[in-house]
Design a binder for this molecule. Structure first.
Ligand code: SAH
Length: 204
């Protein structure tokens, strides 16, 4: 799904500092509640709905494309979401700033598959990323991965074997459960096309 560049969304980000997390500062008020992260939030459908189901948690929605982050920011402001902030930068920056044993859950939804072998290191489940997720998660914390992409699913299962994570479940055909999950933009699109959605749950 390609998103046309939207200048209004870039401007919106600039005009709404209240919805933005400029840096991870665990001493600040926002970090007094348990923190969960979504990496690669896109236009924010998942985080908007999922956060409203978990008001005891403060969420950080990481999206590096400014105009896409701006579209998400507008949805969150319009909905008056109080427990989500947008981190409009590369996930690598968030992981540089996050302390270890800190985060209660990480959500990876339909992240870029990078199908070419020479781009494997860019996949957000490449071993170095899994190491970062493991480092920042609390003991007992979870990582949830959903994707339509067979190649990325298989690659991720291989990378997990080399990681310290415990595999809780891997479902090639995940049935959506609205009582403890939320739809993403991509998920809705692929389910409408009748494509299977894969899901992996890991525990530290
Ligand atoms: N989660 C959404 C969007 C999936 S597309 C959904 O399921 O519909 C993947 C998104 O991840 C894109 O918007 C892309 O810009 C973002 N992304 C990819 N790599 C990233 C990185 N390293 N840091 C932050 N965002 C990233």
């Amino acid at each position: 799904m390609r998103t046309k560049f939207k200048q209004w969304a870039v401007d919106y980000l600039g005009e709404h500092p209240e919805i933005i997390l400029p840096k991870i500062d665990v001493e600040s008020e926002y970090f007094k509640k348990p923190i969960s992260l979504e990496v690669g939030s896109g236009k924010g459908d998942f985080i908007l709905n999922f956060s409203s189901m978990h008001l005891d948690t403060n969420f950080i929605a990481i999206e590096r494309v400014e105009s896409v982050a701006g579209m998400m920011a507008k949805k969150l402001v319009d909905a008056k979401a109080e427990n989500v902030l947008v981190f409009p930068f590369d996930a690598r920056i968030a992981f540089e700033q996050l302390p270890e044993n800190y985060v209660q859950a990480i959500y990876l939804n339909f992240v870029d598959p990078w199908p070419k072998k020479r781009h494997a290191k860019r996949r957000l489940t490449y071993k170095t990323f899994l190491q970062q997720y493991y480092r920042v998660l609390k003991s007992g914390g979870y990582l949830f991965f959903k994707s339509d992409n067979d190649g990325l699913y298989e690659f991720t299962m291989e990378e997990i074997k080399e990681s310290k994570f415990t595999l809780v479940s891997s479902e090639p055909e995940y049935m959506f459960n609205e009582s403890n999950d939320a739809m993403t933009e991509y998920e809705r699109k692929f389910r409408d096309l009748g494509q299977p959605i894969h899901r992996i749950v890991l525990k530290k």
